[in-house]
Design a protein around this ligand. Structure first.
Ligand code: FNR
Length: 188
C-alpha cells in the first residue's frame, strides 16, 4: 500500500532551515509514502465570518488535507510556540464547525532550530492544538533537530550518519504509525 502524506512547513522564509529539513525527510522516507506539500502562505488571516462562505484558499487547504492519509508538520519555534502562519492554517482547516479536517487524520511533528532544544517547546504547543483537533499523533519518537552549519546540504542531503539514521527511523516509524491508525480508523 502507498500512503499519501501532506506536509506543512511552518516557516514562510525563503531560507527556512525547516524547509531544508523537509527535503531531508523526503529523501530518507521509506517506500510506500508519497509526499505533497500543503501550502499555507496565501491563506488570509482566519476569522469565523469566513465560515458562511469559505474562500478558494480555505477550500484548497481543506481539500488538500482530505486528499491525504496523514499529515507531517515540519516547523520552527517562534517565541516558544508555533509560527502564527502555521496556527492560522490549522485554524482554517479546523473549521467550519463540524468539518474539522484533522479529525482522525494521523500526524507527526518535527522541527529544527539553531538552538539546542530544537523546537521542543513549539512541538508541545503544536501537540496541544492537534490533540484538540482530534488528530492521532505519533508520540514517539520525538524529533528535536538542532540545525548546525553543514548538517544538511540545501537540497536536504544529511551529512552526519547518526542524524541520517535518526531521520530514517523517524520516517519508518511514521509509516508504521499511519498503517496502525488507518487499521483502526479507516478513511471515509
Ligand atoms: C525565532 N527563533 C527561535 N528559536 C528557538 O529555538 N526558540 C524560539 O522561541 C525562537 N523564537 C523565534 C521567534 C521569531 C519571531 C524568529 C524569527 C525566530 C529562531 C529560529 O529558530 C530561527 O530563526 C530558525 O531559522 C527559524 O526556522 P526557519 O524559518 O529557518 O525554518
Amino acid at each position: 500500500t502507498t500512503y499519501q502524506v501532506g506536509y506543512f512547513v511552518g516557516s514562510l522564509s525563503k531560507t527556512s532551515i525547516n524547509r531544508v529539513l523537509s527535503r531531508a525527510l523526503l529523501r530518507v522516507a521509506p517506500p510506500g509514502l508519497e509526499f505533497r506539500e500543503i501550502p499555507i502562505k496565501d491563506l488570509p488571516l482566519y476569522n469565523h465570518d469566513f465560515d458562511a462562505d469559505y474562500p478558494p484558499e480555505g477550500r484548497a487547504l481543506k481539500d488538500a488535507i482530505a486528499a491525504v492519509d496523514a499529515v507531517l508538520f515540519v516547523t520552527p519555534e517562534y517565541n516558544r510556540s508555533i509560527p502564527g502562519g502555521l496556527k492560522n492554517a490549522i485554524d482554517w482547516a479546523s473549521r467550519p464547525w463540524g468539518t474539522n479536517s484533522f479529525t482522525h487524520k494521523p500526524s507527526a511533528v518535527i522541527g529544527a532550530s539553531p538552538g539546542k532544544i530544537g523546537t521542543a517547546v513549539a512541538q508541545q504547543s503544536l501537540r496541544s492544538v492537534l490533540s484538540f483537533c482530534n488528530s492521532p499523533q505519533m508520540n514517539a519518537p520525538e524529533a528535536y533537530i538542532q540545525f548546525t552549519p553543514g548538517l544538511f546540504s540545501d537540497d536536504g542531503e544529511v551529512t552526519d550518519p547518526t542524524t541520517q539514521q535518526f531521520l530514517t527511523d523517524f520516517m519508518a516509524d511514521f509509516k508504521t504509525f499511519i498503517e496502525r491508525v488507518l487499521t483502526v480508523l479507516p478513511r471515509n
